[in-house]
Write a protein that binds this ligand. Sequence first.
Ligand code: ATP
Ligand code: MG
Length: 172
Amino acid sequence: MYPESKKLSLFLETEEDTVKFGRALSGLLDKGDIIALQGTLGSGKSVLARSIIRALCGQDEEVPSPTFTLAQLYQSNTGKNLKIWHFDLYRLEVPEEVFELGMDDAWTSGGVSLIEWPHKIGGYMPLVRLDITIDVANNKDGKPLAREVLLTGYGADWINRLDQLQKIKEHA
Ligand SMILES: Nc1ncnc2c1ncn2[C@@H]1O[C@H](COP(=O)(O)OP(=O)(O)OP(=O)(O)O)[C@@H](O)[C@H]1O
Ligand SMILES: [Mg+2]
């Protein structure tokens, strides 16, 4: 059975807004968190992941898109001492390949996992997680900058944290 959930939607008008949202979210992260980043090619999944990783590991951190390596590991330099795994599963051929990439290590060792193209591993995704779905909005002037983002948090911890994000949003 699916755990209880809460949804929160955000409108991120520019790339800088996406980066700011990543920073806000990074402050709420803890060991074992799993974030599924969904959205079409070029929607901003890696921009968001990079912002989260830089907020936790330092602004100078190189964060390449793991398009070919499929997985990159980072170590935070903040008090929480988090290991952060950034996965891009787009090129995964079969779901079981994720175990060669160390996905289960990431989960059992209490790392934070940021997972692009999570549906590639279907039923292996843990149920307690945050889903972030990014849609490219239709801008009137033809410049596809704005993003509509839907957050779905599963489980009491994520519901709590989405409440906190909602307060940040209301006071922004
Ligand atoms: N509001 C916005 N938020 C995020 N990215 C934006 C925004 N507006 C424009 N962009 C641009 O959109 C692109 C997003 O690219 P990114 O690599 O993050 O996409 P992706 O979803 O990870 O794609 P892929 O599926 O190929 O991994 C970047 O070129 C970025 O500059
Ligand atoms: Mg990407």
